[in-house]
Design a protein around this ligand. Structure first.
Ligand code: SF4
Ligand code: SF4
Length: 352
């Protein structure tokens, strides 16, 4: 028998959902959604589950990850129940359920805790810089090593166990017994969705620019990561790598500046209800692009050593990004969405 949690709707308000109780189950939203199919129909079902407090059914569902928040369903809803925002809130809530540390949930629910965590990380960076007498070479060397260590730690300690939990909730608990062959056959789906977000294109057919911008941002972000960590952008003398890093960081800055302005203007359904986690994600990504660009510029102008404060700003933004936003914030949506669509494909293969 399905377990009902009468407090679920209240709990979900902490993740951003508004008044979805006005829903009278007409189904307009599902009929409108261009990503909903006969085999995987949403968002009405998710609204219903939320109203009824069917927490386990929601936790085992991949449907919230199939929504790309084009907002068409919310536009067509006769009761202003805003199903698009409900799907977004469910994604935040699911992120908290997958996270074994419980920190994602804490940070999503409390802005005070989020600010405290950011301040703590900034204090740690300043404390460390002071302990090495603000020596530019030591700081640059440590910053580079920190990036490598952070990537390995977040991947092994946070992402691997959390993805296993997601797999357990959505595949194992649903009784899906897929052979290994299906996992390898569907692997291409994982990478296609991860790098191209191609479903976003179907979601908002009138606005392919948003999809294109998002895809360029993913490529620019991942390649800047590669350029700084593996090609040692701040230490290299290769002109090609230097220019490559400039282009990547500039792209990140320009696109995220556009995203921030969209959130300020609330010019799309996606931007109508911004939560602190949404702001943090775009602002910190913008700061990452901007500060990385300026640090490399200071190196090329040979003025970084006398202006080490600039590198400290970059290191602080980087540490906050790597220790808070990537493992416990909105960054994880990128990962869970790709795996969500991968698992959905495996489930579909099992049925057919
Ligand atoms: S959310 Fe709106 S459109 Fe969807 S079923 Fe409820 S009332 Fe109808
Ligand atoms: S926001 Fe778009 S993709 Fe998401 S459920 Fe609504 S119509 Fe479908």
């Amino acid at each position: 028998m399905a377990k009902v949690n009468p407090e679920f709707a209240k709990e979900l308000t902490k993740y951003g959902v508004g008044d979805f109780n006005a829903c009278f189950n007409c189904g307009n939203c599902t009929a409108t959604c261009s990503l909903s199919t006969n085999d995987s129909s949403f968002p009405r079902e998710m609204v219903r589950y939320t109203t009824l407090g069917l927490e386990d059914e929601i936790k085992s569902s991949l449907k919230p990850w199939e929504c790309y928040y084009c907002g068409e369903c919310s536009k067509e809803c006769p009761r202003q129940a805003n199903p698009g925002e409900l799907m977004m809130s469910l994604r935040r809530w699911l992120t908290a359920q997958y996270d074994w540390t419980g920190l994602s949930g804490l940070l999503y629910r409390s802005l005070t805790l989020t600010i405290a965590a950011l301040v703590l990380v900034a204090a740690g960076v300043i404390f460390f810089a002071r302990s090495v007498n603000f020596d530019a070479e030591t700081l640059l060397h440590t910053g580079h090593r920190f990036e490598m260590l952070a990537i390995a730690t977040v991947f092994l300690v946070i992402f691997v166990p959390n993805l296993l939990r997601m797999w357990y909730f959505t595949i194992v608990k649903n009784g899906v017994k897929a052979p290994l062959k299906n996992y390898s056959t569907a692997l291409s789906e994982l990478f296609i969705h991860m790098f191209t977000q191609k479903k976003a294109k179907d979601c908002d057919e009138k606005d392919n620019f948003r999809w294109l911008e998002h895809m360029v941002l993913v490529f620019a972000y991942l390649s800047l990561l590669f350029t700084t960590v593996f090609l040692n952008w701040f230490g290299t003398e290769s002109l090609f790598i230097v220019v490559l890093g400039y282009v990547e960081s500039l792209l990140i800055f320009v696109i995220t500046a556009h995203f921030v302005s969209g959130r300020i203007k609330r010019n799309k359904a996606l931007n109508t209800f911004s939560q602190p986690s949404d702001w943090l994600f775009v602002i910190w990504l913008l700061l990452m692009g901007l500060t990385a660009f300026v640090v490399r510029l200071f190196i090329d102008l040979n003025i970084l050593e006398n202006n080490i404060w600039m590198y400290l700003i970059h290191l602080t933004v980087l540490a906050q990004w790597a220790m808070i936003i990537v493992p416990f914030g909105k960054w994880t949506h990128f990962l869970y969405r790709s795996f969500g669509l991968y698992f959905a494909r495996i489930k579909a293969m099992q049925k057919s």
